[in-house]
Design a protein around this ligand. Structure first.
Ligand SMILES: Nc1ncnc2c1ncn2[C@@H]1O[C@H](COP(=O)(O)OP(=O)(O)OP(=O)(O)O)[C@@H](O)[C@H]1O
Length: 584
C-alpha cells in the first residue's frame, strides 16, 4: 500500500483536479439515484389519493431526464478531471525517471536492463493511470453513494437495510479469494512480462546478428518461449480470477435477493408500510451498481502494487552525487590522482593511474584491447565514480562540480557513436541547443561533414535512422566530431575517433580533429598510432596500469611494448599501401 500511496505523492501538485473529480463523480452517482426516488414518488401518488395529472407526469418525466442528463454530464466532467490529474502525474513520473537515469551510474542502468527500464518508463507508469483516473476517484464516489443509500435505508427500516447489504459478504469473500489467488500468480506473471520485454528488445537489437548467423531458429525459440510463458501466466491468472469474478458480478447487483421475499413478509404481517417497502426496493436496486464498481477496483490494487514497487525501486537507486561548484575554469588541466576502479567488487580494471593532461596539449592513451583506456575516459565523464583516488579538473575533484558544470567542460566522442532518429541538423545541434543553422553548417564544414551531408537526400534535413544507421561508420564519427566541436568545451576526450575510418576518411577526420582541439586539453584514445606521433605525451597502458609514458621518440627507445605496437602498426600500414597499389 505504501508504494501505491507514494504514487499519490507525485499527484500532490494537482490536488485541485483530484478534489474536483471526486466531487463531480460523487454528484454523478447521487444524481443516478434521483430517478429511483422520483419513481417512488409516482408510485406512492398512484397508489394513494393523489391524482396523476398530465402536468405532474410531465414534470416528473422532465426531472428524470434532467437528473440523468446531469448525471452523464457530471460523470464525464469528473472523469475528465481525473484523467487530467492522472496524465499530469504520469508526465511528472516519466520526467523523474528520465532525470533519475541521467544521475545513475551506467553500471546500475545496465543492471536494470533495457527491457525492464522500458517496461518501467512505459507500462508500469501507464498502469498507474487506473489508480489515479479511476480506482481512487470512482472508488471514493461509489463508496460515498453506498454510505448515503445505506444510511437512508437504515433511517427507513434497519431490517430492509441489512437485507439489502446481505449480498455484500458473499461478494467480498469472492473478491478476497480472487485477490489471494491472483497475488500468488502476480510474481511469476510480472517476471514473465519483464522477460518478454527484454527478449523482444534483444531480438530487435540483435536482428543483424540473427540474420547473418542464421540464428533465427534458436533466437526465435528464446523469443517464443518468453511469449509463451507470458501467455501461460496471463491465462492462468484469468482462469483463477474468472470464477470469482462471475460470482461477485452475479451476486452484488442482486440486492433484491433478500429484500423482496422478506419485505413482502414484513408488509403482509403489517410491520412494514407499502411506502417504506417500495422505497426500500428502489434504494436497494440503486445500491447494486455502486457496490459493483466499488468492489471491482479492489483486485486492481494488489496488481498494481508490484508495478508501483518496481517504479519505487528505480527511484530509490543510488545516484552519483552532484557537487555544488557551478563552473569549471576556462582553461584547465585534467589530473588522475592514483585512480583505481572496479566494475565488479574485487576485480580492479584500473590500478593506481596517475597522470596530468595540460591545457593546449595532446595526451594519447594506447595499449592492448581491454587494458582500460575507455574505462579511464568514462570515469572522467562520471559514467562511474572512481573506487580509490580522485580525478581533478583545474585542481578540483570532479565530484565537487555539478553534473551540468562537468558536462559543459568536456566534449566526449565515445567509441560507440549514437545518433538520434532525427535530422542531421538536430543531431549536431545537441552539442549546443542555442546554435543557429548557419553556425551548425560552419562547424560541419570544419568537421569535413558538409559534402557528404549535402549529397544525402535532404541535406541537413535528412533524418538518420535509429542509432544513425543510414550513415557509414566514418560519416557517423564525423557527425559526432561536429557535435563535439559545436559544444566548444575546454576538455576534449576522443575514444578511437578514427576507428571506423578508411585511410582517406582518416585524413578527413584528422583534419576535423585538428580544428576541434585548438587551445584545448585533449585526451585521445588511439589504436592507429600514426595519428598520435606528435602527441605531447603518450601513455602506454597494459592490464589496467600505465606501463610507460613519454613522447613517440622516447617510447620507441624505452618501451618494448610501444615498439612492438609501432612495428605492428607500420606493418599493417605497409600492407594497406601494398593492397592499394595492387588494386590501382
Ligand atoms: N561495463 C562493463 N562492465 C564490466 N566490465 C567491463 C565493462 N566495460 C569494460 N569492462 C572490462 O574492463 C576492462 C577494460 O575495458 P576497456 O573497455 O576500458 O578497455 P579498452 O582498453 O578501452 O579496450 P578496447 O581497446 O578494446 O576498447 C576489460 O577487461 C573489460 O572487460
Amino acid at each position: 500500500m505504501e508504494q501505491l500511496l507514494n504514487v499519490y505523492s507525485y499527484a500532490k501538485q494537482y490536488r485541485k483536479s483530484m478534489y474536483s473529480s471526486i466531487l463531480l463523480l460523487s454528484a454523478s452517482v447521487i444524481l443516478a439515484i434521483v430517478p429511483y426516488y422520483l419513481v417512488y414518488h409516482m408510485i406512492m401518488r398512484f397508489t394513494g389519493e393523489g391524482s396523476l395529472s398530465i402536468a405532474y407526469l410531465a414534470v416528473m418525466s422532465g426531472l428524470v431526464f434532467v437528473s440523468l442528463a446531469l448525471r452523464t454530464q457530471t460523470h464525464h466532467m469528473g472523469l475528465s478531471a481525473s484523467h487530467r490529474l492522472a496524465y499530469d502525474t504520469l508526465m511528472g513520473m516519466r520526467k523523474r525517471t528520465a532525470d533519475k537515469l541521467r544521475m545513475m551510474p551506467m553500471g546500475t542502468i545496465g543492471k536494470h536492463g533495457t527491457g525492464s527500464l522500458k517496461k518501467n518508463f512505459v507500462e508500469n507508469i501507464e498502469d498507474m493511470e487506473i489508480i489515479l483516473a479511476h480506482a481512487v476517484p470512482e472508488g471514493i464516489s461509489n463508496l460515498l453513494t453506498v454510505v448515503i443509500v445505506t444510511g437512508a435505508l437504515f433511517a427507513l427500516d434497519w431490517r430492509m437495510a441489512l437485507l439489502s447489504l446481505a449480498v455484500l459478504p458473499i461478494g467480498l469473500i469472492a473478491v478476497g479469494f480472487m485477490i489471494r489467488d491472483g497475488m500468488q500468480r502476480m510474481g511469476p506473471y510480472y517476471q514473465a512480462s519483464k522477460e518478454m520485454n527484454e527478449t523482444i528488445i534483444e531480438y530487435i537489437s540483435g536482428m543483424e546478428v540473427i540474420k547473418v548467423f542464421n540464428q533465427t531458429a534458436s533466437s526465435f525459440q528464446k523469443y517464443r518461449a518468453s511469449v509463451d510463458n507470458y501467455k501461460k501466466y496471463t491465462l492462468d491468472w484469468y482462469k483463477v480470477s474468472w470464477t470469482y469474478l462471475t460470482v461477485y458480478s452475479i451476486v452484488l447487483p442482486s440486492t433484491l435477493l433478500f429484500v423482496l421475499p422478506f419485505g413482502t413478509l414484513f408488509y403482509t404481517n403489517g410491520s412494514l408500510t407499502l411506502g417504506t417497502f417500495v422505497l426500500s426496493i428502489l434504494l436497494a436496486m440503486s445500491l447494486g451498481v455502486p457496490l459493483m464498481r466499488l468492489v471491482e477496483f479492489l483486485p486492481v490494487f494488489p496488481q498494481l502494487k508490484q508495478k508501483a514497487q518496481k517504479i519505487e525501486e528505480l527511484f530509490a537507486e543510488q545516484e552519483l552525487a552532484s557537487g555544488a561548484r557551478s563552473a569549471v575554469p576556462e582553461s584547465c588541466s585534467v589530473s588522475f590522482r592514483h585512480v583505481s576502479f572496479a566494475y565488479k567488487d574485487g576485480v580492479d580494471v584500473l590500478h593506481d593511474i596517475a597522470f596530468t593532461a595540460r591545457p593546449n596539449t595532446v595526451t594519447a592513451l594506447v595499449g592492448e584491447s581491454g587494458s582500460g583506456k575507455s574505462t579511464l575516459a568514462k570515469l572522467l565523464v562520471r559514467f562511474w565514480d572512481v573506487r580509490e583516488g580522485a580525478i581533478e579538473i583545474g585542481g578540483v575533484d570532479i565530484r565537487e562540480y555539478s553534473f551540468e558544470a562537468l558536462m559543459n567542460a568536456i566534449s566526449y566522442v565515445s567509441q560507440d557513436i549514437f545518433l538520434f532518429n532525427t535530422t542531421i541538423m538536430e543531431n549536431i545541434r545537441i552539442g549546443n541547443p542555442d546554435a543557429t543553422d548557419a553556425e551548425i553548417i560552419g562547424i560541419a564544414k570544419l568537421a569535413q561533414c558538409h559534402d557528404f551531408i549535402m549529397a544525402t537526400e535532404r541535406g541537413y534535413q535528412t533524418t538518420v535512422g535509429g542509432s544513425g544507421d543510414k550513415l557509414s561508420g566514418g560519416q557517423k564519427q564525423r557527425i559526432a566530431i561536429a557535435r563535439a566541436m559545436l559544444k566548444n568545451a575546454p576538455i576534449v576526450v576522443l575514444d578511437e575517433a578514427t576507428s571506423a575510418a578508411d585511410p582517406e576518411n582518416e585524413d578527413r577526420i584528422q583534419a576535423a580533429l585538428n580544428s576541434l582541439i585548438q587551445g584545448k586539453t585533449l585526451i585521445v584514445i588511439a589504436h592507429r598510432l600514426s595519428t598520435i606521433v606528435d602527441a605531447d605525451q603518450i601513455l602506454v597502458m597494459r592490464k589496467g596500469l600505465i606501463e610507460a609514458r613519454g613522447t613517440h621518440g622516447e617510447l620507441l627507445q624505452q618501451s618494448p611494448t610501444y615498439r612492438t605496437m609501432w612495428t605492428a602498426h607500420r606493418e599493417a600500414m605497409n600492407w594497406d599501401i601494398a593492397v592499394l597499389e595492387r588494386s590501382n
